[in-house]
Design a protein. Structure first.
Length: 571
């Protein structure tokens, strides 16, 4: 490289560096003036929302403005990072080119050619050296200037926005997942109806068709009820108006670049056995072929992915769960030897995988329960041969008990007063204290029982009693503290739906659509027998303020509250 060429390149690099630095300063000044992370307009809107918390339009304006401000912030961060990289590149190029040019000039040991040409070349070399010194001084001054320091500190210390998750109070009062909050099957309200008749229409507020078959249960958030249906070549998510039963939307779940047909499903399970889960913005659904989808409450598809067809002889049936912003998916499959089972967590809003935990268990069909214990949360899942607890934030295992060996586990665990109740038809009902660590088989199993074990349904407990319901309709009650069998009662009806508690009463639904309402004392006392007028009921009921939502073979029903009753959350 000739000296003149090196000087020319260094000059061009210096000019470009000055331009980039000027643009960065201007962008920072504009960002600092608007200060999107401390927007007065957003603060004013939030103040209005505090006075009018039910103004949906105002809340939407807040969400839109907050999103725009965050996008502006991260645009500024991206510009600053790219600009700093370009500025550094210009400086390196300038220094290298100037060094090469001045080195050539220094090797002119004696004058050659015309004196005028030699003098001109030496002047250009001197000019290059001065430019190097000047640029170094300018870069050093800029690096320690208050403006650069503030920009750097602000850019590197502003944390990313926290993940959004629904208010826990809303999660507790709605019915966002299989068997309600935490998977406990306990209503937050005690004013739900106890008497109705689907044949005459008494206390049936509405019924509406469900386009595709399915065994998933309804879930509820606010004024919307969500449900799924599916066949081998079609799988759909439905949204209904909770007040009127009008179907607001139906959306197919289609994963690009994969066959539309699923493998043949086990008849008793079908293609839409898993109950969806929702938060205040989204509804999530999974199907027998492992397709997983997220929709907004207005029906807009957010993301969809294929987890792969689970290796499960009875077809995938575990329902989804959610903790804060994390969508939790239990994929127990295969057998103990091939180590295929796993528990997955995805960020609900984006579908991004957050953590994955391999499980040393075989196939199962239950749904994990979420319980509070010792100031934290535990995610409880049972399968052959372990009942296991995990930290839902990270997937870290907390404890395990060797209780389920030798059986197909279809029942979901429940909990009360720090005790987990897990059952398998081929083993026993176990009560396990949830304050242990590691293998707690020998230390934390409080009691076990072996009568009335269910093969499909899940237990329910109010902390005083635990109820089991087998497929033949045998209802068995145990003392939750001691494991003493309190009573057995034969309902003489086939039952696949799991029992639930509401208003201090026990609700049991038969496959023919007859709901038995009983007291929860130490002996069986029937309160009412209520026909739905439609059979094929295998889904569990969803309870809300003065209402019950129940899926029949072809319709979704809303059972209404008695006139004149009042709403009061259960203690």
């Amino acid at each position: 490289m000739r000296p003149v060429v090196g000087v020319a390149i260094s000059a061009a690099a210096a000019v470009l560096a000055v331009v980039v630095a000027a643009l960065l300063v201007r962008d920072y000044a504009a960002y600092h003036a608007s200060d999107p992370m401390n927007s007065e307009a957003l603060a004013a809107l939030k103040a209005q929302a505090a006075r009018n918390p039910k103004d949906a339009a105002l809340l939407e304006r807040i969400r839109a403005l907050d999103l725009a401000l965050r996008e502006e912030h991260f645009r500024h961060v991206a510009v600053a990072r790219r600009g700093n990289g370009l500025l550094l590149g210009c400086a390196v190029l300038f220094l290298l080119a100037a060094k090469v040019g001045t080195a050539h000039a220094a090797r002119l040991s004696r004058p050659r050619g015309k004196l005028a040409d030699v003098e001109a070349e030496m002047k250009r070399a001197a000019w290059g050296r001065r430019m190097v010194v000047t640029l170094v001084v300018l870069l050093a001054a800029g690096a320690i200037s208050p403006l650069a320091v503030r920009a750097y500190v602000r850019m590197t210390t502003v944390p990313p926005p926290p993940p959004h998750f629904a208010d826990p109070a809303d999660v507790a009062r709605y019915w966002p997942r299989f068997r309600g909050p935490g998977g406990r099957a306990i209503s937050a309200y005690d004013n739900v109806p106890t008497e109705w008749d689907g044949n005459t229409g008494r206390n049936i507020l509405w019924k509406t068709p469900v386009p595709l078959p399915g065994k998933s249960s309804p879930i509820v958030w606010g004024d919307r009820v969500f449900l799924t249906g599916g066949k081998r070549d079609r799988r759909e998510v439905y949204c209904y108006d909770a007040a009127t039963g009008k179907r607001l939307w139906e959306r197919p779940v289609v994963v690009p670049d994969r066959p539309g047909k699923a493998k043949e499903a086990f008849e008793d399970t079908g293609y839409a056995a898993s109950t969806p889960v929702c938060d205040d913005r989204h509804v999530f659904a999974i199907f027998a072929n492992g397709d997983l989808a997220c929709f907004r409450h207005d029906g807009e598809l957010v993301w969809v992915k294929a987890l792969g067809q689970p290796d499960n002889q009875y077809t995938h049936g575990s329902s989804l769960a959610m903790y804060r912003n994390l969508l939790l998916v239990l994929l127990d499959q295969g057998n103990l030897e091939n180590y295929m089972s796993k528990l997955l967590a995805f960020d609900g809003a984006s579908g991004r995988a957050v953590w994955e935990k391999r499980r040393p268990v075989g196939s199962s069909w239950g749904t994990p329960a979420l319980m509070a214990s010792g100031g934290g949360q535990q995610l409880i899942a049972s399968a052959n041969p372990w009942v296991m607890a995990y930290d839902p934030n990270s997937g870290a295992e907390l404890w395990r008990a060797h209780c389920m060996e030798g059986g197909d586990v279809a029942s979901s665990p429940v909990f009360a007063n720090g005790t987990v109740f897990a059952v398998c038809a081929e083993t026993k009902l176990y009560a396990i204290r949830a304050d242990g660590a590691g293998d707690v088989t020998e230390t934390h199993v409080a009691w076990s029982a072996e009568d009335g074990l269910p093969d499909i349904t899940s237990p329910v407990t109010d902390g005083t009693h635990v109820w089991l319901l087998d497929s033949g309709g045998l209802l068995t009650c145990y003392d939750a503290q001691t494991g003493e069998k309190v009573y057995e009662h034969e309902l003489e009806k086939v039952c696949n739906a799991s029992p639930a508690l509401a208003g201090g009463r026990l609700y049991v639904v038969s496959i023919k659509g007859v709901t038995f309402v009983a007291e929860t004392g130490r002996e069986f006392k029937l309160v009412a027998t209520n026909p739905l007028g439609e059979g094929g009921v295998v889904a569990s009921p969803a309870f809300q303020n003065g209402r019950i939502y129940l899926r029949g073979k072809k319709h979704l029903f809303c059972i209404g509250q008695k006139p004149g009753s009042t709403s009061r959350p259960a203690e």
